[in-house]
Design a protein around this ligand. Sequence first.
Ligand code: SAM
Length: 292
Amino acid sequence: MQEYLAEGDRNEAGKYPERLSLAGRHHRQNHKTSILFTLTVLVTMTSEDYFHQVFRSLPRQGPGYSEATRKAWSLIPFVPPHPAILDIGCGTGTQTRDLAALTGGTITALDIYEPFLERITEWSKQERISHRIRTLQASMDDLPFDQKEFDIIWSEGAIDIMGFEMGLSLWKQYCRHGGYLVVSDMTLFDSPAPEELINFWKPYGVTVFSEEEKAKQISRAGLHLLNMFRLEEKGWLEHYYEPMQKVIEKLRKEQGENPECAGILNALEQEAVIYRKFKKFYGYAFFIMQKQ
Ligand code: SAM
């Protein structure tokens, strides 16, 4: 069975994939763009402003929807009354808001990209929940926390930046024993994956493992898989690509023939085309895990 679409998570030197460094502290120009994974590219490219304009105005920066966040939360067996939660790769914080509504706890919303965090600061003040939401600009591979500081580590659509197994292995140290890691990530639902799909993702170094393979990775990371479920298509279409298309059309009108902008908008659209064509083969899944 074909388990993945691209190369493995670590390169030969044992380093994180390049997309992590793109996302984080090291800057590079003229690389290809991928929206889904990471918005990584977004933070470093010369055309950053166009990405910024697209993503900052979107309700989410990756596939997902609030019911899925709530369902994943409901699958946590025991939550203390005021849990300390870390939301890694929070974007503009749609799931952060959902989490805040589900619990009386505190949430550390962490992202590499400051303008997303500014949005969280804005809405959390407006909604009078800023005392329970702390924003923090940091890279997910270099977290500034004490061991076992959190009851729950949450991450929607961001762990692929490090690689699923590597992310879990690193992040679990910040979770207390008996605490939970809850993560959504792109997952291969049917195999073998078509060549066209493989070739689309290959240049981005994106790895898409099956649920079975991910279960093994969870176990190797020293975590116990409690539950998992697939997200519905609406998480990609209604909540992500459709709002994105509206923003793309608006920007096209505003920017006319600007080639830099057009290149980015075309790349964004192409990713949606690939999803629509191959959605039978891949999607997002939530994984609910416990640290024992
Ligand atoms: N969780 C949000 C959601 O589902 O709407 C955002 C998901 S988006 C696909 C991935 C997020 O990871 C982006 O907000 C991006 O800025 C952030 N990110 C990228 N590289 C990062 C890094 N090295 N450390 C922390 N966050 C990073």
